[in-house]
Design a protein around this ligand. Structure first.
Ligand code: TYD
Ligand code: MG
Length: 464
């Protein structure tokens, strides 16, 4: 290892990690006030991954071994990683407290220990006893799985060196610290230095390292964005606290595509894979219910059927309110305005609530048509055809705009037994699988005419 550089003093923004040689009142990068703190750093030494004598190699001569990427035999996790765990990679799992990061990584550790060899699970937040209790619940025996309750990174690195494991977990990066730095654990400097040290270890020993990170209330990783720049893969573990479903979402991946998701369900015995998420998300759907529409969304490479519900109700006092759960608030306002202006729905005196069931969050505009149908259905008190799925982006003149990869969406709807699928007329050249009819529509008004059905509404609950 190279000799550490001389420590130097800089001022570091505690919000975004920007460095400055002198103190600044406001960070020029993230615009936050009073975030600069004087710190001593030793960055460069840890950042050096290779030895001094590191000649360039010809690309064609660099061998890739099959063992470089190994599946964890947890299909939902492997897909998000891009087909398995890459040796020497550093993976960050971010998520709110209590979402299940520790549970997930303990399960992964156990799987890797069984299949591959020694795993060190370092916890800076829980005692060995607490982790053992959790392992009992998860039914993990824990051979070759070594626990270490420690926060001093020097000690941790030392122990890892001694044991030379095949995988390392650090739970969490905010809890560990380097004693030689004069800032507290969890500060930007600590987090960055600790991550760099761990990265160094990962590359040097080609051992995969998982680290967990807390996120703040607004969903960003607590502390620095620098963390996201350093690591190879950034995954977010998310879900609504009241729902048992958990989504593992990839936002950065040097070894695979981003926007992949894995779906899990939190059960008594830990996290279980959900291999048919569309079915799971639709399982509580009430057939021909008013104010409910089904949308085939795409999450990365994966189509996913979700139910969108809406409720309209006359405003009893003051301004009408709009509430969006799981859909973008701005999109909801846009769709409401277009429904009023272009489809003739008088929503000006209505409170509107839109909701995605199962605690999912949809970001893509392809869900617009589904949201619009659910609102129209509730407002007109007419059900959406229960055998119908709908996809399309709503434009400001009430037109429906093409969506990406319509075929895959239609396939997924067909797979779950939907009989018809509304798609925007533009770009609707799809060869549908058997059993589903493609209904091309060009405007929102037309879609509402086709999608809503008259007559007695009947729900599954009534039938039973
Ligand atoms: P945890 O992994 O500690 O979350 P994080 O590390 O992200 O803070 O998860 C804790 C939650 O998961 C807790 O509320 C209880 C729940 N849980 C289960 O429902 N079943 C289980 O088998 C386990 C271990 C936890
Ligand atoms: Mg935890």
């Amino acid at each position: 290892m190279s000799k550490p550089d001389k420590p130097r003093t800089v001022f570091v923004c505690q919000n975004c990690g920007k460095e400055s040689l002198k103190w600044l009142g406001r960070c020029p990068d993230c615009q936050e006030w009073n975030t600069f703190v004087e710190t001593t750093v030793q960055v460069t030494a840890a950042a050096r991954i290779y030895t001094q004598d590191n000649p360039p190699q010809e690309l064609s001569q660099i061998a890739i071994e099959a063992a470089d990427r190994l599946p964890i035999s947890l299909a939902e996790f492997d897909r998000v990683l891009g087909g398995g765990l890459v040796s020497g990679s550093m993976v960050l799992i971010g998520g709110e407290p209590g979402i299940g990061k520790s549970t997930l990584l303990l399960q992964v550790s156990s799987l890797v220990a069984e299949a591959r060899g020694k795993v060190v699970y370092v916890s800076g937040e829980e005692t060995l006893h607490q982790i053992k209790l959790r392992a009992e619940r998860l039914g993990i025996k824990g051979e070759k799985l070594y626990l270490l309750a420690e926060t001093d990174l020097d000690v941790i690195l030392n122990q890892i060196e001694k044991l030379s494991p095949d995988m390392v977990v650090i739970d969490s990066i905010q809890a560990v610290y380097l004693p030689e730095l004069d800032t507290a654990a969890g500060s930007v400097t600590q987090i960055r230095e600790c991550t760099l040290r761990l990265m160094h270890l990962a590359k040097l020993k080609t051992v995969p390292i998982f680290i967990t990170g807390h996120v703040t209330k607004d969903g960003a990783l607590a502390g620095p964005r620098v963390l996201e720049h350093i690591v190879d893969v950034v995954l977010y573990f998310e879900g609504e606290p009241f729902s048992a479903y958990r989504l593992l979402r990839s936002v950065k991946n040097r070894f695979g595509s981003t926007n992949e998701i894995g779906v899990f369900e939190m059960k008594e015995q830990g996290l279980a894979e959900v291999d048919n998420p569309s079915k799971a998300f639709l399982s509580q759907r009430w057939g021909e219910a008013i104010g409910s529409a089904v949308v085939p969304t795409l999450e990365g490479s994966r189509p996913l059927l979700v139910e969108i519900q809406a409720l309209t109700n006359p405003t009893s006092f003051g301004l009408p309110r709009r509430t969006a759960n799981g859909v973008d608030f701005g999109r909801l306002l846009l769709i409401t305005a277009v429904l009023a202006k272009r489809a003739g729905l008088r929503l000006g005196n209505q409170d509107i609530i839109a909701n995605v069931t199962g605690g999912l969050r949809i970001g893509e505009p392809a869900a617009d048509l589904g949201i619009a149908l659910a609102i129209a259905s509730s407002f007109r008190d007419m059900a959406v055809d229960p055998g119908l799925a709908a996809v399309g982006e709503v434009g400001l003149s009430g037109e429906l705009r093409a969506v990406s990869q319509p075929d895959r969406r239609v396939d997924e709807a067909a797979r779950l037994g939907f009989k018809r699928c509304l798609v925007p007329k533009l770009g609707a050249r799809i060869s549908p699988p058997k059993g589903i009819e493609i209904v091309p529509v060009s405007t929102l008004r037309e879609a509402i005419g086709v999608g809503l059905v008259r007559g007695k509404t009947k729900s599954k609950a009534d039938e039973e």
